[in-house]
Write a protein that binds this ligand. Sequence first.
Ligand SMILES: [Zn+2]
Length: 463
Amino acid sequence: MKNIIYLCILSLTFISYGQENTSLDYYFSQQDISTLDKDIPTPESVIGHSVGKWHISHDKLVEYMRKLASTSERITIEERGKTFEDRPLILLTITSKKNHQNINQIQKNHIDQTNGIITPKTDSPLVVYQGFSIHGNEPSGSNSALLLAYYLAASNDDFVNKLLNNTIILLDPCFNPDGLQRFAYWANTNKNINLNPDSNDREYSEVWPGGRTNHYWFDMNRDWLPVQLPESKVRINTFHKWLPNILTDHHEMGTNSTFFFQPGVPSRTHPLTSKLNQDITRKISKYHVKALDKIGSLYYSEENFDDFYYGKGSTFPDINGGVGILFEQASSRGHVQKSDNGILTFPFTIKNQLTAGLSTLDAALNMRNEILNYQYNFYKKSREEGGKQKKSAIIFGDEKDAAKTYHLAEILKRHKIKFHHIKNNFSKDKINYKKNYSYVVPKNQKNFKLINAMFEKKNNVSR
Ligand SMILES: [Zn+2]
């Protein structure tokens, strides 16, 4: 009898996991829902299930974003290229209708500020680049992008209206389409009718090679600086086209953790990243604290994760006049898993990512002038420091390997770094530099800080 009661309780528990709430009122407050424009399609009306019930496949994600762009005057969509598996690399530009009508001029003005041609005005928009799930098997990011895009398109809340008037949001819903698709297939195929939170279940042991990487198993979160992969090429192109003030990079970590946001461990910050950059990151983090407290989620900061290698998404912006922010959500991996902190459901992980996405935008709106001025001064200093260098240029080349030289030059080109061929052959420190095999990179240019980070071997630069 005891056993029967135990079994009944156990099966009831599993049934309740199966009935996890994934409706809009799980993700948004009643007040938020009351402001939503009914003419904007919900994710469920297009993808055929509520967000978090199943793992979104990339094709459905794209279908929804295209539908949103076709129904909302706040959103435009562009297809910037394709992955190795021919999946489109889409980008949403989200802002007010009025800003959209003037988007080319806004983009030009923003870049002119970084060139010191004009100063930021009190009404200059801030540019925020929000990117998700560069590791495809860290899916809460891309799944939350459905809700974030929907909310920004449909809400008539005062905050959203003010936000869209004052910011340009570049929403990159999936940094890694091939990896996300591979992982979604695994998690959905192995989902149980009655969800099973036992971490030994097949659902939580994804088959090798997993969805972390792209088609050729490259970890794209090491490629922001080398820019070798198709996904990275379009991403970096978008980055340099807009030079975003804030860039967010939404990841997942171990199941037994909670939620992390930067700053990372202070001693593990790259020495060329300024204290001011970290102070602004810390100030932005107060908005995450407030928002996560409101929904009762656990979190931490500054105790883990580095901000050192500029080839990572959350660090790359820090040497390019922006503020990069890493988010790490404890992973449910599949649909629900037991953890040290209790039962961790997939919808809960999505809700945290959505909350951090919105708190970033809240910070962007409230700290707009401070962050615009930070970027203006960053490039002003970069140009000034570059112009003062005793060694005024860097030369590179290999007289026996033109291809190697060419490919390094290609990387510089992708980062808008100016350089030119040497005019005549010459030797320095017993190295021969041959015409057509060597390039000169003058330090007196806007991207001096980035050049310094790429070529400088020492890291004893004071902060
Ligand atoms: Zn990751």
